[in-house]
Design a protein around this ligand. Structure first.
Ligand SMILES: Cc1cc2nc3c(=O)[nH]c(=O)nc-3n(C[C@H](O)[C@H](O)[C@H](O)COP(=O)(O)O)c2cc1C
Length: 410
């Protein structure tokens, strides 16, 4: 499926062992319809030949700022051409140069001259990665909004075991594809987060232990990936995500009202809030007094089903969450069907390491067509990016499919 048709990617390759993996990355982008131009540092040509990359990309590979064939502006031409620049692998040396704004070869010059978003996939020995200089340089890159992919941990070519291995090409492809799909578009997403509070009287309420962390991480990840995000949040103690329009509500009815209104103009809705299933049938206007020994009975009424109501809207990609303690996948598959969702994120909230209040989570992404992708334990921020990327790819595939069906009819 050509989800990246028409997208132009500048691939920078530096002098690291992982350079051979760049070929696989080029193939993944091309299979998705992207046009790739490779730029290599002088060190990189010791690891992989420009001929290999020229054959794969079908384009001249730029390696030398002062080559006789260079009209003198190759680095500017490459910089202006790209929709996205990706350096994979990125050596400690090149990362340091970018952090300092050094432009002493064609790749570093092109990166400095480019206004395109930049993605860096570090790849180096674990001691080089842990070195304070490298860590400081990576922090500078991050602060400038440069996206880092990886590195992974594991066995390294030099025999060491540790963090520094370049992320697998499939992972770099997934993240870069998502950035390209979302970039420059005014697409709207609505996300609900946190618990709801159902008042019993002016001082008491029914609520739950949802911290809102997952929903807030999703809102931030969607904004990072270029979505225009409206976050409808129950009472939590988190700050508003940057670049996200956040509205704070208390009850399930208020959440439904806002979510429904906003979702009508949106392309995607994620129901991540832990909505109270029931509310008190009536709310006392004054504080209910403690009575002697005769107990207290509370009558409850069912709350509206927010996600099912919103999922009934036409042309809205709807994502739900199944937070369970038992029979997680069975329940999640049933919820996907019964609420007419496009995707559901199944997560086990029984473990203190991945549940409501923790910083980590692990999940299984279940698609409408029955496909299931387990996601191992990771921070809620990383899981949020995975989920947004999965949504972006799914939406792009659907759009590409309907375009090719349309072309077939003409
Ligand atoms: C066999 C070999 C493997 C290397 N692998 C890496 C690597 O994976 N990561 C890294 O940062 N440097 C690695 N280096 C060192 C870089 O090639 C060196 O720092 C070089 O100056 C990088 O230049 P560049 O950043 O302009 O490509 C390696 C060197 C050799 C000889």
């Amino acid at each position: 499926m050509e989800i990246l048709k028409g997208k132009k990617i500048l691939l920078g390759i530096t002098g690291g062992i992982a350079a051979y993996k760049s070929c696989e990355l080029v193939r993944l982008w091309q299979k998705a319809g992207a046009d790739v131009m490779a730029v290599m540092t002088p060190a990189a040509v010791n690891f992989i030949t420009p001929l290999t990359l020229a054959s794969l990309t079908g384009r001249e590979v730029l390696t030398d700022t002062f080559a006789a064939s260079n009209t003198g502006i190759d680095h500017i031409r490459a910089a202006r051409w790209a929709d996205l620049a990706v350096i994979a692998p990125a050596t400690a040396n090149t990362i340091a140069k970018i952090a300092c704004g050094i432009a002493d070869n064609l790749l570093t010059s092109a990166v400095l001259a480019s206004r395109a978003p930049l993605v860096v996939a570090p790849a180096m020995n674990c001691a080089m990665y842990e070195n304070a200089a490298t860590q400081n340089n990576l922090r500078i890159l991050k602060e400038r909004g440069i996206a880092l992919v990886g590195p992974d941990s594991g066995y390294q070519a030099c025999g060491d075991i540790g963090r520094g291995r370049m992320s697998e090409p499939a992972e770099i492809f997934r993240q870069t594809a998502s950035m390209l799909i979302a970039s420059g578009q005014n697409r709207r997403m609505v996300i609900t987060a946190g618990p709801t509070e159902e008042p019993i009287d002016p001082v008491r309420c029914i609520t739950n232990r949802s911290s809102g962390k997952m929903g807030y991480a999703l809102a931030q990840a969607a904004a990072v990936r270029g979505w225009k995000v409206k976050l409808v949040s129950g009472p939590v103690s988190l700050p508003d995500p940057v670049g996200v329009e956040t509205v704070r509500i208390r009850t399930a009815s208020e959440m439904l009202e806002h979510a429904w209104r906003e979702a009508r103009d949106a392309e995607c809705f994620i129901g991540c809030a832990a909505v109270a299933d029931f509310k008190p049938s009536s709310v006392s206007e004054s504080k209910i007094k403690k009575t002697a020994n005769d107990g207290f009975k509370l009558s409850l009424t069912q709350n509206p089903d927010i996600i099912k109501t919103v999922a009934a809207l036409d042309n809205l990609f709807t994502v739900g969450f199944a937070a369970e303690t038992d029979d997680l996948l069975v329940y999640a598959r049933h919820k996907l069907q019964s609420k007419n969702l496009d995707m559901i994120i199944a997560n086990d909230v029984s473990s203190p390491l991945t549940g409501f209040n923790s910083d980590d989570n692990e999940a299984t992404i279940i698609y409408r067509n029955g496909r299931e992708t387990p996601v191992p334990k990771m921070s809620k921020e990383d899981l949020a990016l995975r989920i947004i990327d999965a949504i972006n790819c799914e939406l792009a595939e659907t759009a590409a499919l309907s375009e090719s069906e349309e072309n077939g009819r003409q």
